[in-house]
Design a protein around this ligand. Sequence first.
Ligand SMILES: Cc1cc2nc3c(=O)[nH]c(=O)nc-3n(C[C@H](O)[C@H](O)[C@H](O)COP(=O)(O)OP(=O)(O)OC[C@H]3O[C@@H](n4cnc5c(N)ncnc54)[C@H](O)[C@@H]3O)c2cc1C
Length: 227
Amino acid sequence: MQGTPQTTTPATYPPSDRTVPTRSAERASYDKELVHAILDEGYVCHLGFVRDGAPVVLPTLYGRVGERLYVHGSTGSRPLRMTGQADPGLAVCLTVTHVDALILARSAFHHSINYRSVVVHGIAHDVTDPEEKRAALDALVDHVVPGRAAGSRPANKKELAATAVIRLDLNEVSAKLRTGGVNDEPEDLALPHWAGVVPLRKGYDTPLADPGLAPGTELPEHVAAVL
Ligand SMILES: Cc1cc2nc3c(=O)[nH]c(=O)nc-3n(C[C@H](O)[C@H](O)[C@H](O)COP(=O)(O)OP(=O)(O)OC[C@H]3O[C@@H](n4cnc5c(N)ncnc54)[C@H](O)[C@@H]3O)c2cc1C
């Protein structure tokens, strides 16, 4: 058929030398939808970088806008400062992990965990464009509770100036998952040790309104929706 060629976004991240696990590579996935789902469900990422020749890994919030991840913090925060000073940016590795179940085997050796995790490799860049910075900060707030950015006062000039934002593009990305049950050895099946799967679930308790809430302020829909 003649006409303008259709450009389609690939559904997977191309595996690279550093995104293929050495062990249990069959558990790895590069599916974008899966990676996005794992990222969107998490609250905390771990940001790894090298400081003075030694690795440091810091837990922090994050937000996603399409194929970009954002991390924010005080302009005094070391990784954010280092990103602003590094040319062309700061080499980082960011991870997000969910624990879905405990796998209790008959043998100590086969104890395990069901998990979904994402590892992102790349160069973090300082976000200097004011519009991108605003959108990134909205994404960070909405990541905690969808709709929250519109349900709160936006950052003012002073707050914006005190906040640094860095961006990490989703290019070199892997997900890894363990699912299923116990993988004991056949010769251990008759042992008198309990074995099985203990699933974990995430839950929220009743929200506690701030005592100083302006009179008549009701729990908003967007908060009720996550409970
Ligand atoms: C909650 C949890 C508990 C775990 N417990 C153990 C444990 O006790 N022992 C153990 O050996 N392993 C454990 N793993 C798996 C572990 O993360 C590694 O996948 C594993 O150690 C194999 O490493 P490797 O030598 O293949 O890594 P490498 O060859 O160094 O990995 C190469 C690349 O593969 C990708 N990759 C590797 N692991 C992951 C991952 N988990 N998620 C996404 N991408 C990944 C990354 O891009 C990485 O750079 C656990 C994972 C999770 C999420």
